[in-house]
Design a protein around this ligand. Structure first.
Ligand code: AMP
Ligand code: ZN
Length: 145
């Protein structure tokens, strides 16, 4: 696991590695993705080293979505829906996370070919399975909240 010192995104926050910064606050840093899926593809990251979102303190988490909203507005989001985009956040290698420092992608979707492509392998509806899953999650929430 990356340490504070070797983590590429911690080094970007500290200015040790260059980035095209688009927004910064006391707890958040946002910069252009070096290999964009579309023009304006931006990464919003906490100024706190945590690999996965559940490891991040709530005060850092709370500043990320407002920052992502600012980026979306800056990229062209308007009350009509001509500007379309995805917010993406991956946790773990199997879930396509490459850099182990929490990051939210803001990815404009200007057309079919550019931006995020999504696989969505849905299962058939199974209400017995949903009921069992619901009970399991509620029991777990009771223990953890
Ligand atoms: P993920 O697969 O969610 O971990 O995405 C990591 C993202 O970080 C990828 O889209 C990379 O292109 C991007 N990335 C990696 N290194 C840099 C860097 N030095 N500057 C900007 N973006 C980067
Ligand atoms: Zn880091």
């Amino acid at each position: 696991m990356a340490t504070l010192h070797s983590c590429i995104f911690c080094r970007i926050i500290k200015g040790e590695i260059p980035s095209y910064k688009v927004f910064e606050s006391s707890k958040v840093y946002a910069f252009l993705d070096i290999n964009p899926l579309s023009e304006g593809h931006t990464l919003v990251i906490p100024k706190y080293h945590a690999a996965k979102v559940h490891e991040l303190p709530d005060d850092y988490l709370a500043e990320i979505l407002p920052a992502a909203k600012k980026i979306a507005l800056a990229l062209g989001a308007t009350p009509d829906d001509t500007f379309q985009y995805n917010l993406l956040q991956n946790n773990g290698a199997l879930a396509h996370q490459v850099v182990p420092h929490v990051h939210f992608h803001v990815i404009p979707k200007p057309n079919e070919d550019e931006g995020l492509g999504v696989g969505w392998p849905q299962k058939e509806s199974n209400f017995d399975a949903l009921k069992a899953s619901h009970a399991k999650i509620l029991a777990s929430l009771e223990n953890k909240l």
